[in-house]
Every structure is written in structure tokens, then in C-alpha cells.
Design a protein around this ligand. Structure first.
Ligand code: ADP
Ligand code: MG
Length: 688
């Protein structure tokens, strides 16, 4: 459809500068964009429905005779008009009306109306129906096609979309798009037929299938779009690899020294993944590897091993985390490991300002900082690395592809592309991983360090809070320790801290004999570190915390965790939190407190957590209940935005998409044509 991509929207009839701007702001630039702007739903104005056969919430055309038309004074003044045909009676209600309108709707008048019936005081009602008067001579014609209703934005009405899309369909006739899927069974619905059908379905089209997005015409488009995205990622990967990288020979010294001081043996899974990484790093092309592993599987150690191999060759390593709290936990961990090896760890986050920031930037630029830990701040424009060799990105799913690429631009040009290691704590369902990370090789740490005990999870109504408090006293009397996690839906650290403060005070009153401490994101790093150290040492028995403790805390003597408002958190986050108990040999428990009433999905989600301790199973469930946007964090980052496809709805296509992508990728022309059609220049992953 190269032709239609080249036809700018302003070349269409009726598009002046103002409308053009509105359409552009909405992401519509060309005739092709219009065709890919599919209706949200359809109205059926092809037939008349008897009033007696109307269904609640299903809009329809009706015809009848006005029986009464009166102004009523309920909560709001309105004009109420009763319309009757041979089968029933319905109310039409107008909150805004003119005197002329009232006069027009005299009893005896015949009307044709269109609208959505809702429940009214006495039977069904339609608010503000579209209507026209019928007279004996002229009966207006019904439509011969279903009427599309488009997703829209302020300032662009439905009639505008309908007119423009019709024009685009006419253009499509004269510029038949090349069929790029001819090999595939879904292509039995050719592209142009699918577009015609979806913008203008015949009356017999199956509305229920269309509503679900499962019509073959929709599936065919979704498939092609997913395929194009997959191909774009494969291309990005290829281009990255072509840039080459500095090979990093195996470490002979630092890794051994590190393992010796570690105090535990790597699990088999950790060893295997370390070897996969070491082998990648030795090559002259950049490593592009994703490490997936359940919470507590020990990804940080694996990252440290990779870092050491690179540092030993005189290169720097950057570790990027999505939040300052996460970055801080990494900083504490790495510093504790690396300082004894004589290595310098730098620190850079958005909060760092003025002199402190300048100092930090200087150590990064002169290479004093061999390892740098931070957030997005790590790839701001004024950050210059002496010699970046490896970028480690934790919790990848919260970053967009663009952010990942921006960091890697920080290598010196003559060094090619830095190696990349991406770690995700949220196990991603396989099909989703294949799509979201088509450009990465994958390693999985599928084993937990020894000595962990499964956590017994219970779901309890907040009304039974006092029983839980008794239980805490009991657990602590046995010499064990407890976490109490406060959650708030707001992302604001200030509000979270406030809520935790209140809970802390109440628990102090209820349990006066216990040593209780409070930790939250607003405390100074040193203060936080001291509080955590006291908990680790066993001086503190009950730790009240915000979700700060999601990461990096390791206290084997803690055997009970209470999570408040558990229904508000994502399953994977709850799973991560729960991973903080059951770290020793003690039998451990996790109490999920919820605020009733609990919604049906809410109940299902908490049940999933009670029934499984496998992060992958939980992630699948999370995906099912919440959708991939939430899971991958795409809402915020804009990673993988589709025009038509929906990863959840079209999930069953992904395996097929991946296989097709592999074979299509060998055909450069076809692959480019698909990428160009669906991603155009706007979203060229490789161009960042
Ligand atoms: P995650 O994969 O969730 O990031 P971490 O890297 O934070 O997990 O590791 C969780 C805890 O397990 C840490 O305290 C870490 O020191 C410890 N750990 C990691 N590997 C091992 C191992 N092989 N044996 C014992 N403990 C380990
Ligand atoms: Mg981690």
C-alpha cells in the first residue's frame, strides 16, 4: 500500500489545516492510516426492530406513533415522549429541547428513531434518540450496510471519520495493495477485502464476532501487524550485531575472587546462565541476552559475574534499574561485593543534583567508576562514559526498547555496540516473551537456591485484622520475625509513607511488647540501611514497610508476611513480595489482607497466588486477568503499540507469527515491505 501511505490526509476532500492538525495529533497522517483506523463497533441501521423486541443496551431503529409528549419535572426537567407500535411502548427522553421540538412531537405524529434503550422508571427509555418525522408519502430508506463507529478524539466527529474512511476505501480500489501474506492461510481474506469488510460490513456480518475482534478479517490484519513487528525486531537485532562489539575474554581473576568471598555456591542454573553469558561476551558481536528468573532465583549474582568479566578488560559496566529504590538496593549489594575486590562503584539517579552530580559525572567520564548504578539518569545527554562495555538492565519490562537503545548509544563509536544483559524478575509467559523480546536471546534461571521452604499463603478479610495481630505476637514469641507491608495504589512515595506511618503507630499500640520499626522510600539511604540492618540482626521483630522491601532484603528468620490491600497489587508484585519470606528452613506464611467487597477478578487473582508458588504460572494468570499492557508496562513506555492487534486477544497467533517471521526474514524485500507498511518511519526501532 505504498501508494496509500504516500497519500497525505490533506489530499482528501474536506480536510483543511485545522482537521489535518487534529488528525495528525491523533496519529493519522495518510490514507493508509485511515484504513487501519478500524471501527470500535457497528450500528445496525439496516432494519427496523419492533419496539417489543428491543434489547437493553443494543441500539436499534424503531418506528411508531407518538402517544404523549409532556414536560416532566423530576430530578431534571425533561421532555418525555411515548412512542408506540403494534408490539409495545417506549419512552423517549430529551433533557435539551426547544419549544419547536415539543410542538413537532404532538400525539399522532409518526417517527423513526435510532438510539440505545436503557432501563427507565417505567420500562425501556431512550435518551436523546436521533429521530425523523415520517409522513404518509415518503418513507425514508434504510441503510444497506452496517454503520461503523470509530474510536475518536475531541473535535473529530463520527461523520468526519465515516466520510474520510469512505474516501480512503475508494482510493484503495484504484491502488490495490500488494498482498504480502499470500503464503499464509489467513490470506484467504485478501487485505483490501478485509479492509472493505471492516469499514463497511454487509447487514449479514456477524456482529458478535466483530465485537470480540475475532472475525477472520480482523484476525488477518492482526496477524500481518504482529508479523511486521516481529520482523522489525529481528531487523534491529541484525543491525545491532552488524555494528560489532569488543570481545571480552574470560575472566581469570576477578570472578574467582568474587566467588570465593560469596559464601555460597552458585546453583546449577546460575552456573549454566553464567556460562551462556561468558560465551556471548567473548564474541566480536554484542551480546543481546535476556535472563529470566523467578523472584529469589539469584539474578543479581549472575549480573555481577558478567560485570566482572567486562571490568577485568578495563571497560565500564552500567546497571540500570527502573526506580531509585531498586537502584539503591543494587548499589548496596554491588558495593558490598565489589569493594573488597578493590573496585569502585558509581551512582547516578535523577535526585542527585549540583556538586554531588558533577562529582559522579566526573568519575564516570574519567573511568574511576568501573561500575555505575542508577536509573534513566544513566543515559541523559550529559553523561559521558570513559569506555562503556556492558549495559545491564534490570526489570526490562518497565523500560521501552527506545530507552534500552539510548543507553547503548553511550559506547565509544570505535568500540561498536556495548554488550547488553537484560534481567527480568517478572517471568514473562513464553508467547509474550517471544513477541516482546524477539530481538533477544533468552536464558532462564529455573532453580531456586537450596534451603527455601514453600510459603503457605492465606487470603483474609481485613475485618479479621485483630486475629492477625494476635498471630504476630505468637510468631514473635517463638523468636521469629514478621513483615507488615502497606500498599497504596498511588505511586506517590509521600502518600505511601504516610499510610505506613499510621499503620506503624497502630501496631505499636496493639503490640507494645514488640520491637517494631518502620521503613519507607522517603527515608535517607543511611537511615534505611540501619533499619534493615537491625531487622537482619534480629533486634527488630516486626518491620512495617512500604513496597520498598520488594527487592534485595534477605532475612531467613522472617517467617510471616502480612500484605495489606493485597487486592490492589499486581500478582507478580505480590509474588515478589512474598518471596521475602520462606528464605530459610522455617515454615513460612503469607497473609493477604483484602478490603471487602472483593470483585470477582480480585478473588480469582488472590486465589491464583494462594494456589501457586511458581512465578511463571502466576505470570500466565496475571496476563489472563490483567492483559499484557499492564504486565509489560507498555502503558507507560509505549513499547509495542499496535493499531489492530491485541496481544491478549490474539495470543494464539503468536507462535505462528514467530515461525512465519523466521521464514519471511530471509526475504529482504518482503520483510521490508511489511515493516514499512505497518511501522513506517515513525516507529523504526533501529533508528533510535
Ligand atoms: P532475584 O533473582 O530475585 O534478583 P537476588 O539476586 O536478589 O534474586 O537473590 C536473592 C537472594 O538469594 C540474595 O540474598 C542472594 O544473595 C541469594 N542467593 C543468590 N544465589 C544464591 C545461591 N546460589 N545460594 C544461596 N543464596 C543465593
Ligand atoms: Mg533482582
Amino acid at each position: 500500500m505504498t501508494d496509500l501511505q504516500a497519500i497525505a490526509i490533506e489530499q482528501l476532500k474536506g480536510v483543511g489545516p485545522r482537521l489535518r492538525e487534529r488528525l495528525n495529533n491523533y496519529g493519522v497522517y495518510s490514507a493508509q492510516d485511515l484504513l487501519f483506523h478500524l471501527p470500535l463497533r457497528y450500528q445496525d441501521r439496516t432494519r427496523i426492530t419492533p419496539i417489543g423486541g428491543l434489547q437493553l443496551g443494543v441500539d436499534a431503529v424503531i418506528e411508531g406513533e407518538v402517544k404523549v409528549a409532556d414536560i416532566t419535572f423530576g430530578k431534571r426537567r425533561s421532555l418525555l415522549c411515548k412512542l408506540q407500535d403494534g408490539t409495545g411502548l417506549i419512552s423517549l427522553r430529551f433533557f435539551h429541547f426547544s419549544a419547536a421540538q415539543k410542538k413537532q412531537l404532538q400525539p399522532g405524529t409518526r417517527l423513526r428513531c435510532y438510539g440505545e434503550p436503557r432501563r427507565g422508571g417505567a420500562g425501556l427509555e431512550i435518551y436523546h434518540p436521533e429521530y425523523q418525522l415520517l409522513d404518509e408519502q415518503h418513507t425514508a430508506e434504510l441503510d444497506d450496510r452496517l454503520t461503523p463507529v470509530y474510536p475518536t478524539t475531541e473535535g473529530i466527529g463520527q461523520s468526519v471519520w465515516r466520510k474520510l474512511c469512505l474516501q480512503a476505501l475508494t482510493l484503495l480500489e484504484n491502488h490495490k495493495p500488494q498482498e504480502l501474506l499470500s503464503e499464509h492461510p489467513l490470506a484467504r481474506f485478501p487485505l483490501s477485502d478485509a479492509l472493505h469488510f471492516l469499514h463497511h460490513p454487509p447487514p449479514k456480518a456477524r456482529l458478535s464476532l466483530l465485537r470480540e475482534g475475532l472475525h477472520p478479517a480482523q484476525r488477518r490484519l492482526a496477524f500481518e501487524e504482529l508479523l511486521a513487528h516481529n520482523l522489525a525486531m529481528l531487523k534491529t537485532r541484525q543491525q545491532t550485531q552488524q555494528r560489532g562489539a569488543v570481545p571480552m575474554p574470560a575472566s581469570v581473576q576477578l570472578q574467582r575472587a568474587f566467588l570465593q568471598q560469596l559464601g555460597f555456591q552458585l546453583t546449577n542454573a546460575q552456573q549454566r546462565v553464567c556460562e551462556e553469558i561468558a560465551a556471548d561476551l567473548r564474541l566480536e558481536r554484542p551480546m543481546l541476552r535476556l535472563v529470566q528468573g523467578d523472584v529469589g532465583s539469584g539474578k543479581t549474582v549472575v549480573a555481577a559475574m558478567a560485570a566482572l568479566q567486562v571490568i577485568e578488560q578495563g571497560f565500564q559496566v552500567a546497571v540500570m534499574a527502573p526506580t531509585e529504590i531498586l537502584a539503591e538496593q543494587h548499589y548496596l549489594n554491588f558495593q558490598q561485593w565489589f569493594a573488597p575486590l578493590g573496585l569502585e562503584t558509581g551512582w547516578l539517579v535523577g535526585k542527585l543534583k549540583g556538586k554531588a552530580r558533577q562529582k559522579s559525572l566526573a568519575t564516570i567520564a574519567n573511568g574511576e567508576a568501573q561500575l555505575v548504578i542508577g536509573t534513566h539518569a544513566l543515559f541523559q545527554e550529559d553523561v559521558i562514559y570513559q569506555r562503556l562495555g556492558l549495559a545491564i538492565i534490570d526489570e526490562q519490562h518497565r523500560f521501552g526498547v527506545h530507552q534500552r537503545l539510548a543507553l547503548t548509544q553511550k559506547a565509544r563509536p570505535e568500540d561498536g555496540h556495548p554488550h547488553q544483559l537484560v534481567m527480568t524478575a517478572t517471568p514473562i509467559p513464553r508467547t509474550l516473551a517471544m513477541t516482546a523480546y524477539a530481538d533477544l536471546d533468552t536464558s532462564i534461571i529455573d532453580e531456586l537456591p537450596p534451603g527455601r521452604t514453600p510459603v503457605n499463603t492465606v487470603v483474609i478479610d481485613n475485618a479479621r485484622r485483630s486475629q492477625i495481630i494476635e498471630r504476630i505476637a505468637h510468631v514473635c514469641a517463638k523468636g521469629q520475625q514478621v513483615y507488615w507491608v502497606c500498599t497504596l495504589i498511588e505511586e506517590s512515595e509521600a502518600l505511601q509513607a504516610q499510610a505506613a506511618e499510621a499503620v506503624f503507630e497502630n501496631l505499636q499500640k496493639a503490640l507494645p511488647n514488640l520491637q517494631i520499626a518502620l521503613v519507607h522510600g522517603r527515608q535517607k539511604p543511611q537511615e534505611k540501611a540501619d533499619i534493615m540492618a537491625a531487622f537482619k540482626a534480629g533486634t527488630t521483630q516486626l518491620l512495617v514497610a512500604t513496597t520498598v522491601i520488594e527487592v534485595g532484603v534477605d532475612v531467613p528468620n522472617a517467617s510471616l508476611m502480612v500484605i495489606e490491600n493485597a487486592e490492589r497489587l499486581g500478582l507478580s508484585q505480590l509474588h515478589q513480595l512474598r518471596g521475602r519470606v520462606g528464605r530459610g528452613a522455617l515454615e513460612s506464611h503469607c497473609v493477604l489482607l483484602y478490603q471487602s467487597p472483593l470483585s470477582r477478578t480480585g478473588r480469582e487473582r488472590l486465589r491464583a497466588l494462594r494456589e501457586s508458588s511458581d512465578g511463571f504460572v502466576i505470570a500466565e494468570k496475571d496476563l489472563m486477568l490483567r492483559g499484557p499492557g499492564e504486565m509489560l508496562g507498555t502503558r507507560q513506555t509505549g513499547l509495542m503499540q499496535f493499531r489492530i492487534a491485541d496481544l491478549q486477544r490474539d495470543g494464539d497467533l503468536l507462535e505462528d507469527v514467530r515461525q512465519s517471521a523466521e521464514s519471511v526474514a530471509t526475504d529482504k524485500r518482503l520483510s521490508s515491505a511489511l515493516i514499512d507498511r505497518w511501522l513506517g518511519e515513525k516507529t523504526n526501532y533501529a533508528a533510535v
